[in-house]
Design a protein around this ligand. Structure first.
Ligand code: NAP
Length: 255
């Protein structure tokens, strides 16, 4: 028997010790949800959870490296034992990979100089990690009356936008890792949404915009709190809400 009421909404946010994940966790806690701070570093998770509790939230740290399948399963077991269900999963943890292409390179050299190990590491976290966490948490989500999954994507994932030579992303350095990983995440999310539609599990993608966090050396202009708003909105969709969609704060984005 777990100690929490099955009525109490429980949300897991991966990579919630800082940046957009942390701001998302804060906003979900402010809505009254119990928030599980998923982090690969236990101490950073405990500190973030303690800070949220000091602010009046109900928060717990869960050690969870999205690239460690056994650890992810252990985290799911802990959530099962403690809470018995999960209402919201935010797959937020992500990495950019160092520099996308090596600093000295021209864009047209990608195939010869790209660091494949880096590309693999980025896909391991941004794509395969999402599969691992989602699959481990699905049995818990199925115990919720209104399960919601939100995956953190990016405008660079959009082939329509990225492929437009006059579009807003023209001029960005070529990316063999981060942008393709997020495009793959978009494709993956559509597959999950289609599969889970019949079960009432809504699965959507959030593009948070260009946000002032460590991932881009604080080049972004939105605050994490501003960015988290679209994520939170997608975690609280009504039962007639969309699934398999790709949204930023202004609405749907092209694929
Ligand atoms: P951030 O401040 O660097 O935060 C990334 C978080 O992911 C950190 O908590 C990090 O943990 C965690 N993480 C990385 N690898 C992990 C792993 N293997 N297992 C568990 N956690 C892991 O970056 P952010 O900007 O908040 O990014 C959050 C998400 O938004 C990412 O998916 C990113 O791609 C996406 N996004 C960001 C922007 C932007 O402009 N910032 C734009 C579009 C999309 P550690 O502290 O342990 O490293």
């Amino acid at each position: 028997m777990n100690e929490h009421s099955t009525q109490q909404k429980v949300a897991l946010v991966t990579g919630a010790n800082k940046g957009i994940g942390r701001a998302t966790a804060e906003q979900l806690a402010a809505l009254g949800m119990t928030v599980l701070i998923g982090t690969r570093n236990r101490q950073r998770g405990e500190e973030a959870a303690a800070a949220l509790r000091r602010a009046g939230g109900d928060a717990y740290a869960v050690t969870l490296d999205v690239t460690d399948a056994a650890g992810v399963r252990e985290a799911a077991k802990w959530i099962e034992d403690r809470f018995g269900h999960l209402d919201v999963l935010v797959n937020n943890a992500g990495i950019s990979g160092s520099g996308q292409v090596s600093p000295e390179d021209a864009v047209d050299q990608i195939p010869s100089i790209v660091d494949l190990e880096m590309v693999r590491a980025v896909f391991e976290t941004n794509v395969f990690g999402v599969i691992s966490v989602t699959n481990a948490m699905l049995p818990l989500l199925r115990h919720s009356p209104a399960p919601r999954i939100v995956n953190l994507s990016s405008g660079v994932a959009s082939l329509t936008i990225a492929g437009d030579p006059n579009g807003p992303l023209a001029g960005l350095p070529a990316s063999a890792a981060y942008a393709p990983s997020k495009t793959a995440l978009n494709a993956l999310t559509v597959q999950y949404a289609n599969e889970l539609r019949k079960d009432g599990i809504l699965v959507n993608l959030a593009d948070p915009g260009y946000v002032d966090t460590d991932i881009n050396n604080h080049q972004g202009y939105l605050t994490p709190a501003q960015a988290a708003a679209v994520v939170v909105r997608l975690t609280t969709l009504g039962e007639d809400g969309p699934t398999g969609g790709f949204f930023n704060q202004d609405g749907p984005l092209p694929w």
